[in-house]
Design a protein. Structure first.
Length: 277
C-alpha cells in the first residue's frame, strides 16, 4: 500500500516542484515504485519529467472533472517513476469543482485504485490555497514542505500551517507533517541560519537533516525534461536529492540500511505533531 505525500507550500519559488520531481525520481532510483501526480495547473512537474502537457488524452483534469479512469492516465516515464500529467485546463478546475459532490475528496477517490500498486505517491500541489490544494491535502497521509531560507518564507509557512490545521479538523483527521526541507540553502548568509534556527525551534525533528543547495544545474534540468539525478548524476544537486531520498525512505522504512553524504543543518530537538494545538 502506498504512502501518499503532498508537497505543498502556497508561496511560489520555494523549490516545491523541483523537490517533487527530483525527490520522487531519486526515491524511484532506490528501487521503490513511485507515482507522481501533477496537481499544479502550470504543469511544471509534467514537463520536468519530459512529458508533453498537451499530449495526454487522459490527465489529472479529465479524471477529476470527467471521471476518466485514472489507470488510463498513467504515463510510464523513462525515469523509473510513473506520472499522472497536468494540463492547462486544470486552471479552470477550481471553478468546476465547486459544483461537484464531495468536491474536497475528488482526488482521494480517484487515486484509491492505484494505492495498492505503489510504494509512494507524490502530489505536487499548486502554489495557492485553493480547492486543488485542499484536494491534495485530503488525499494525502502527510505533507512535505519545502522552504526557502528567507524571511517571507516564514510568513508563508505560518499561513500553510493554519490551512493544514483546518483540513485536519474538517476533512482529513490523519493528516500529519512528513517533514520540512530547506531549499536554495547557503550557509554563508546569516539570514539563512536565522531562518533555519526559527524553523527548527518550531518543527524539531520534522526538519530534514539534508539541505538542498542553490545550483545552476538544478535550474537547468527542467528545460531538458530530466530529473537532476539523470541530468547531472554526480553534481551537488543530485547528491543532495539522493541524500534526501535516502533520509526519506529511511524515515518511512526504518529497517533499511542507513547511508548519507549530506550537508546537515544544525541538529534539532524532538517535536510533537505540528498540526496539534
Amino acid at each position: 500500500m502506498a504512502k501518499v505525500i503532498a508537497i505543498a507550500n502556497q508561496k511560489g519559488g520555494v523549490g516545491k516542484t523541483t523537490t517533487c520531481v527530483n525527490l520522487s525520481s531519486c526515491v524511484a532510483a532506490l528501487g521503490k515504485k513511485v507515482l507522481v501526480v501533477d496537481l499544479d495547473p502550470q504543469g511544471n512537474t509534467t514537463s520536468g519529467y519530459g512529458v508533453a502537457k498537451k499530449g495526454q488524452q487522459s490527465n489529472i483534469y479529465t479524471c477529476l472533472i470527467n471521471d476518466d479512469d485514472i489507470r488510463q492516465a498513467i504515463v510510464h516515464t523513462k525515469f523509473n517513476a510513473d506520472l499522472i500529467a497536468s494540463n492547462t485546463q486544470l486552471a479552470g478546475a477550481v471553478v468546476e469543482l465547486v459544483e461537484l459532490p464531495r468536491r474536497e475528496n475528488r482526488l482521494r477517490s480517484i487515486l484509491a485504485p492505484l494505492i495498492p500498486l505503489y510504494d509512494y505517491v507524490f502530489i505536487d500541489c499548486p502554489p495557492s490555497l485553493d480547492l486543488l490544494t485542499v484536494n491534495g491535502l485530503c488525499a494525502c497521509d502527510t505533507v512535505l514542505i519545502p522552504i526557502q531560507c528567507e524571511y517571507y518564507a516564514l510568513e508563508g509557512l505560518s499561513e500553510l500551517m493554519n490551512t493544514l490545521k483546518i483540513v485536519r479538523k474538517k476533512y482529513n483527521h490523519y493528516l500529519d507533517i512528513e517533514g520540512v526541507v530547506f531549499t536554495m540553502y547557503s550557509g554563508r548568509f546569516n539570514l539563512t541560519m536565522q531562518v533555519v534556527a526559527q524553523v527548527k525551534k518550531y518543527y524539531g525533528n520534522k526538519v530534514y537533516k539534508t539541505v538542498v543547495p542553490r545550483t545552476v544545474r538544478l535550474s537547468e534540468a527542467p528545460s531538458f525534461g530530466m530529473p537532476i539525478n539523470f541530468y547531472e548524476p554526480n553534481g551537488k544537486g543530485s547528491e543532495a536529492y539522493m541524500d534526501l531520498a535516502i533520509e526519506f525512505v529511511k524515515h518511512n522504512r526504518p529497517q533499511e540500511p542507513k547511508k548519507s553524504r549530506a550537508k546537515a543543518a544544525p541538529a534539532a530537538e524532538p517535536a510533537k505533531n505540528a498540526l496539534e494545538d
